[in-house]
Design a protein around this ligand. Structure first.
Ligand code: ADP
Ligand code: MG
Length: 255
């Protein structure tokens, strides 16, 4: 029997706009299942509902209707959170702290002891190629460096699953390549990785499975099995654009 670590069923989320006092359906009956060890890329244009979906998995937003579970637990419950690493879309950092101090603080929040915190911080800083910058205050970091630190903080509690919101956006080509390499390394350790993106080449290189979210609906899902890398990008781009065009066509035909 397949062990699903993320399971949603007909998940619905309505946002209420404070200005218009109108309900807006950001997610409409989304059913996604992610087995253990899979790297799943949720694709979609800006505003498709990707961040909303992640927030529901984390328990940061309340579900309007439908079901969602992470490791069989309710999102946001201590049992679920203990196994999750999270990289938000715009991570916020305390600019006066150094990278090492920041990771130490994250470790404290997870209740880790001093020795473990130090060992884990150094291990992760090396992993994200930031060891030499460990003692610089964060205000002196570039966007790419902050993003790498964001990835490192999401790994402090040695999570089994990673929820990353746009991990490669805003990075230069070297930063993007580094993030892809980190993902491949975590994959080889058996972690389940779920991330949002609209950067198709990145998704193409590292994901096992993709889903396309469009106007709050999951309009397509596809396995990416060929890991040789030949021609995968073209195929994914074609698939992405065609699936969206089809969905828009049937939407206008029905309205
Ligand atoms: N807190 C909120 N209140 C009202 N509307 C929101 C809120 N968060 C997101 N939305 C709307 O929901 C839709 C999906 O947003 P989001 O999940 O951020 O998409 P994505 O991450 O794919 O760009 C957008 O139209 C956005 O404006
Ligand atoms: Mg988003």
């Amino acid at each position: 029997m397949t062990n699903y670590v993320i399971e949603t069923s007909d998940l619905i989320k309505d946002h209420t706009s404070p200005f218009l006092r109108k309900k807006f359906r950001a997610l409409d009956r989304v059913t996604i299942r992610v087995p253990e060890g899979q790297t799943y890329g949720l694709l979609g244009l800006n505003g498709a509902g990707k961040t909303t979906f992640l927030k529901l998995l984390l328990g940061l937003l309340k579900v309007t209707d439908g079901q969602v579970s992470v490791f069989g637990h309710e999102p946001g419950s201590p049992k679920a959170l203990a196994r999750i690493g999270f990289l938000p879309e715009s991570p916020y950092f305390y600019s006066h702290l150094t990278a090492q101090e920041f990771l130490d603080l994250v470790g404290k929040l997870f209740g880790m002891n001093g020795k473990t915190r130090k060992a884990k911080s150094l291990e992760l800083l090396a992993m994200v190629s930031m060891a030499e910058h460990a003692k610089r205050p964060l205000r002196k970091y570039s966007k790419g460096m902050l993003q790498r630190l964001g990835l490192a903080q999401s790994l402090m509690n040695d999570p089994d699953i990673l929820f990353w919101d746009e991990p490669t956006s805003g990075l230069d080509p070297i930063g993007r390549r580094d993030v892809r390499q980190i993902i491949l390394k975590l994959k080889s350790q058996g972690k389940t990785i779920f991330f949002n993106s609209h950067l198709l080449p990145d998704v193409n290189e590292v994901c096992d499975h993709v889903g396309i979210l469009h106007r709050g609906r999951l309009i397509g899902e596809k396995a990416i099995t060929d890991s040789a890398g030949t021609g995968r990008y073209q195929d994914l781009e074609k698939y992405f654009l065609e699936t969206i065009a089809q969905a828009d066509q049937s939407r206008s035909a029905n309205s």
